[in-house]
Design a protein around this ligand. Structure first.
Ligand SMILES: Nc1ncnc2c1ncn2[C@@H]1O[C@H](COP(=O)(O)OP(=O)(O)OP(=O)(O)O)[C@@H](O)[C@H]1O
Length: 825
């Protein structure tokens, strides 16, 4: 039973002596530094004043006086005395049995208090973590500010030895013994009348027998930089190491077509053919036989592991016929790059066995992180700038990566596969009817499904073909031929198709952001590089839906760099305002640690001219979009609701995908969670959990489904949400849960959010697309071969066709259907 007398705020004087059977549940508490109570009357005690129970209730004013006196004594330093009084046991008048009972009760109360305190601690803990995060964010900013105050801002440059030096060589000039011969030879053999970008420099350095690293954009013309030196001079063979069969196949075919003696050694080369090639490599030319000038091989089995090949190369080298090794797609060497291939590490053997044979590493993407790695693996010397090269070391060339003829746009991907086909088909017919294009798909099955559905939907106006690692070599060859001959317009492919595909007039590359390559901006840039290699305007379209994109997170969750790279990709896709060229420039200058103008300025190593890269392109979706189509608004309350709903589901032991959370917060069922319908008419929970939106957050999120998903992704990128994963035997599913910054919002009440408290969240959303300026698009609507007369199908017809084709909604089923990426490389 509770002793009323002990309640806070009650006068010690009014404390009644308990009856014999009553339990006294309070001890007297007093502080040496606080005045117990100041007036004669105890009724004016405040809550801060300690409670004193005069247990003997004898009206002993003297004892009260003693205590009060002690307080003043303590205040004046006579603490000792007070402590002695403090330690004096409190007199409790009760029988021994009562004391035992009382002990139990007190112990029980202590346990209850402990548990309550633990609860409070648990509540405080996330706030403390948040405080910690904020503090360290603040510390970082403060130290950054200190650095900025101390130092002038200096753009970082890769460590490349540059002139001026009397012995420095400028390979860009045409003052070399072979200079008069190179252009006529280029024209005669390759039909190329003039060099572009840094081609001339690389060719000169190659002719000079230097080790070279060359970074040029996709489609920039890297092949010419080693193919032309390979056919210049009397004799000698260049060995090209490439990562993909398609690359090798295409290169050898193209060389043979222009009369260059070339051969390919791959895993699928027959024994007989292999022997014939080896003999040719050993012998060189002679007795009416043409010498092999370019030999392409797959790493590593055909290079370092093949004893026969190594011995053949040694013989060629001792006969002074081994001119150069070329490492194509050289970024594959480094584990730090976006496309590491362990086999490339074996290429270390080349310099070890053939120190006198120059190596030329070429790629379209190479960051400052991967560059040292590449030099180490290939055993190359320190870099020296191609415009003022030292006589020793590896000559480094780079060209601007930006290609002004490529026009980037991100399009909202509908939530169903059927609608996606319709949107894609319409876009192709409106902009590139009867022109060549590539649609990169998620899996082998996806390529077939998309190709069939597009063909059906367009009544074969879009002539589709399928390309993936699963089709036979003969079929692949036929597809290439049909594509070149214009019998196929649109190749639906996996990433197996692309690298090394040298078709100049690819007018569009479409990609769904649920694909392997699109897991990083580097990969996406490389992939879109298949478009417009002839320099003509071409479109690069990313079909994006946040929910789909987060599914990729499950595929990169074990890669330490993977999540960061995917986030960069998501930022790119979510961005409705930044010019795509500027976005790429920022990304590449940050990730490659180069001056930003490496992106679009030939003087890429000169940080003093970095401003050029940040001019906008004027042709991407964000540059051409009508401002009226973008609405920017404060969505802090919506963000708060999403965080609270997500937290509630987590509390109930559930988890939600991006789309399930969007649905639930908008008042629909989310995954296995249902929504209560509001006060007074609660729906019985049908699933695992039940969320009463009215009670929890005062009503549903009012954004539409696309915008809600977009906001969730934004909150993911700002660490208000974080990804959580769950693996099945077939796939890893990705969910969202409150992240490290969640409490910055979710700890506040709705009222405080509405009053403007908390970090404000402003986001942009697409509104109904009005007619945007069309810059750089190929054929305009109606100008295509059949685009003008095209009879558009109604949505219903499309849906029926797609249903007949067995195309399911991508939304939730896709995990099961396409959960595992197939190894199409
Ligand atoms: N100086 C030039 N003038 C005109 N066309 C050129 C020139 N150099 C190369 N080309 C053409 O540009 C196209 C792309 O060249 P290439 O295949 O060498 O590109 P790449 O840099 O290897 O690209 P990727 O990284 O995508 O493989 C080819 O059709 C080639 O013939």
């Amino acid at each position: 039973m509770k002793a009323e007398s002990s309640k806070l705020g009650q006068s010690s004087k009014s404390a009644k002596r308990p009856a014999e059977d009553e339990v006294i549940d309070f001890f007297a508490i007093s502080s040496p530094l606080k005045r117990p109570h100041t007036s004669g009357s105890s009724s004016r005690r405040t809550i801060e004043e300690p409670i004193v129970i005069d247990d003997d209730d004898d009206g002993d004013e003297e004892e009260d006086y003693d205590e009060e006196a002690a307080y003043y004594e303590a205040q004046y330093g006579m603490i000792k005395k007070m402590e002695m009084r403090e330690s004096r046991p409190i007199k409790v008048v009760a029988g021994e049995t009562d004391q035992l009972e009382e002990r139990d009760v007190v112990q029980g109360k202590l346990a209850k208090l402990d548990s309550e305190m633990n609860d409070v601690r648990a509540e405080i803990e996330p706030l403390q973590t948040l405080l910690h995060t904020l503090q360290s964010e603040r510390d970082q900013l403060e130290s950054r500010l200190a650095v900025l105050h101390r130092q002038p801002v200096v753009a970082k440059k890769p460590q490349i030895q540059t002139g001026p030096s009397r012995s420095a060589i400028d390979y860009q000039t045409n003052s070399f013994p072979w200079s008069d011969a190179v252009i006529p030879r280029a024209k005669f053999i390759f039909d190329i009348p003039a060099f572009r970008l840094c081609q001339a420099g690389v060719i000169n350095a190659a002719m000079d027998g230097r080790d070279i690293v060359c970074v040029m954009p996709t489609g920039g013309g890297k092949s010419l930089t080693y193919q032309l030196p390979a056919v210049m001079g009397e004799k000698g063979m260049t060995v090209v190491v490439s990562p993909l069969l398609a690359l090798i196949w295409d290169q050898v075919r193209a060389l043979k077509e222009i009369g260059v003696e070339a051969a390919m050694l791959t895993g699928s080369t027959s024994k007989d053919e292999q022997n014939r090639i080896f003999q040719k490599m050993e012998r060189g030319g002679g007795s009416g036989e043409k010498e092999l000038r370019v030999s392409c091989a797959l790493p590593p089995e055909k290079v370092s592991k093949s004893k026969r090949l190594m011995s053949v190369l040694e013989k060629a080298n001792s006969g002074k016929r081994l001119r150069r090794f070329v490492i194509d797609e050289a970024h594959c060497c480094s584990q730090l790059g976006h496309d590491f291939r362990p086999d490339y590490k074996q290429l270390s053997a080349l310099k070890a066995h053939f120190p006198n044979v120059p190596i030329q590493a070429v790629t379209a993407t190479l960051s400052s992180k991967t560059l040292p790695d590449l030099l180490k693996i290939l055993r190359l010397g320190p870099l020296t700038d191609g415009r003022s090269a030292k006589p020793t070391g590896t000559v480094y060339f780079t060209a601007p990566l930006y290609r002004p003829n490529l026009h980037y746009r991100v399009m909202q991907k509908p939530s169903s596969a059927k609608a996606t086909i319709e949107v894609m088909g319409e876009w192709i017919l409106n902009h590139h009817a009867a022109e060549s294009g590539i649609i990169y798909c998620l899996s082998k099955k996806d390529t077939e499904t998309v190709a069939d559905a597009l063909r059906e939907w367009s009544n074969s106006d879009i002539k589709t073909g399928v390309y993936h690692a699963g089709i036979s070599e003969e079929e692949k060859e036929q597809i290439h031929l049909d594509w070149r001959a214009g019998k196929i317009d649109c190749i639906c492919a996996t990433t197996a198709f692309g690298l090394g595909i040298d078709k100049g007039n690819v007018r569009y590359v479409i990609r769904k952001l649920t694909s392997q390559m699109a897991k990083s901006l580097d990969g996406y840039y490389q992939e879109t590089g298949r478009a417009g290699r002839d320099g003509q305007d071409s479109d690069c379209v990313l079909f994006y839906r946040g929910q789909d994109a987060t599914k990729l997170a499950g595929h990169v969750c074990n890669d330490p760099d993977g999540t960061g790279k995917l986030r960069e990709m998501l930022r790119f896709a979510q961005d409705l305002q930044t010019c795509r060229k500027v976005a790429f420039a920022k990304y590449f200058s940050a990730s490659a640690n180069l001056s930003a103008n490496a992106w679009d300025n030939a003087a890429a190593l000169d940080s003093s001219t970095s401003a050029g890269s940040l001019t906008t392109c004027g042709s991407c979706d964000n540059c051409t979009r009508d401002e009226a189509n973008v609405e920017t608004r404060d969505v802090t309350l919506e963000a708060w609701k999403l965080l609270r709903v997500s937290g509630e589901v987590l509390n109930q032991g559930g988890r939600l995908t991006v789309s399930a959370l969007a649905k639930l917060a908008r008042g629909g069922g989310g995954g296995s969670f249902s929504v209560a319908e509001g006060k007074g008419k609660k729906k019985k929970a049908t699933g695992e959990g039940n969320v009463d939106l009215e009670e929890l957050v005062g009503g549903k999120v009012t954004l539409n489904e696309d915008d809600t998903e977009r906001l969730i992704i934004e909150l993911l990128l700002s660490d208000h949400f974080m990804e959580t994963y769950s693996s099945t035997a077939y796939t890893t599913n990705t969910y969202v849960a409150p992240g490290p910054n969640a409490l910055r919002l979710s700890r506040l009440t709705a009222e405080r959010i509405e009053e403007g408290m908390g970090t404000r969240i402003q986001r942009s959303f697409l509104r109904v697309e009005k007619k945007a300026r069309k810059v750089g698009e190929g054929k305009k609507k109606g100008e295509g071969k059949k685009g003008g007369e095209k009879k558009k199908r109604s949505r219903k017809e499309v849906v029926n066709i797609a249903a007949d084709e067995g195309i399911e909604d991508v939304d939730e089923e896709e995990d099961e259907q396409y959960g595992e990426f197939e190894d199409d490389q």
